[in-house]
Design a protein around this ligand. Structure first.
Ligand code: SAM
Length: 270
């Protein structure tokens, strides 16, 4: 009997994928109708910016506007966050200085940090916003599995159209290395507009100082904007967006958490 090498390879690959993704999630990915599910979130009048729609992220054609990005994201992230993704994300929670009642997670992706925020502050209203309706499909599936209530919004982090001074806490995990620095700065200005006086912004992302010397890592993960992200400073961008008490803490080998507070303007004290 002749054995077809290609089918063996496919079987091995399928086995590895099953192992990494997990049976439940895999069944969901196999049966989901991506078009109708993403339509539940899709804002039809939203225009995707060129920097987003024209790039392949993580080597995936079409980037986050391809459901393959949503299917593979959690596995890639686990590998890209040594030594332990959960421990890294917990540093974002550890940086929270108050008991927020309204939280916005920008560029929420598949909702890993958003879920953690809701689980740590169950009384808070939590909103996750992302530009990819496919990522929101996975985020919503994960929230249902965890039995938590989170509102998912399809939108632009730099122009959310949400009410100003309406959040105690705004977070963004692993968003700013995915946007050109001028857009990252617009996002931080938008955060400042959205946060109540005294409220907090927390940015979890790659360690910029380390990434400057790790071009090979950026190439492996095929990140279009990581090099220019690494050349900048979230700290400086936040100060330029008028945040106060800005401080960056380095986590493990490759990550950083930057926190800042919206200054209390005299007009807000009246
Ligand atoms: C690397 S993923 C991070 C996802 C998630 N925050 C996490 O911690 O795993 C970056 C996410 O940002 C989203 N994104 C990129 N640019 C955006 C923008 N301008 N507005 C909103 N979301 C954006 C992408 O669609 C993607 O889901």
């Amino acid at each position: 009997m002749s054995i077809n090498q290609n089918s063996i390879r496919q079987l091995v690959l399928k086995f590895i994928i099953r192992l990494l993704i997990g049976e439940d999630k895999l069944r969901f990915y196999e049966t989901v109708d991506w078009q109708s599910q993403s339509d539940r979130f899709r804002k039809t009048n939203l225009i995707y910016p060129q920097y987003y729609s024209s790039q392949n992220f993580h080597g995936i054609e079409g980037g986050y506007l391809n459901c393959v990005a949503a299917i593979t994201y959690d596995i890639v992230t686990a590998f890209a966050s040594p030594p332990n993704e959960i421990r890294i994300r917990k540093q974002l929670i550890a940086a929270i200085k108050s008991q927020p009642t309204r939280i916005l997670d920008l560029g929420c992706g598949t909702g890993s940090s958003t879920l953690m925020l809701k689980q740590n502050f169950p009384q808070a209203e939590v909103i996750g916003l992302d530009l990819s309706p496919y990522m929101l499909v996975v985020a919503d599936y994960k929230a249902q599995q965890a039995a938590v209530n989170i509102q998912w919004l399809h939108g632009l982090a730099e122009t959310t159209n949400l009410e100003e001074a309406s959040f105690d806490l705004v977070t963004a995990s692993f968003l700013l290395h995915e946007t050109p620095p001028n857009i990252s700065q617009l996002i931080l200005q938008e955060c400042f507009r959205l946060i109540k006086p005294g409220g907090q912004l927390i940015i979890l992302d790659g360690n910029q100082k380390r990434l400057r010397h790790a071009g090979w890592l950026i190439r492996i993960f095929q990140e279009p904007y990581s090099k220019v992200y690494a050349a900048g400073s979230v700290d400086d961008w936040m100060k330029a967006a008028q945040f106060e008490n800005v401080e960056t803490k380095y986590i493990g080998w490759i990550n950083q958490v930057t926190s800042g507070v919206n200054r209390v303007s005299p007009s807000n004290l009246v």
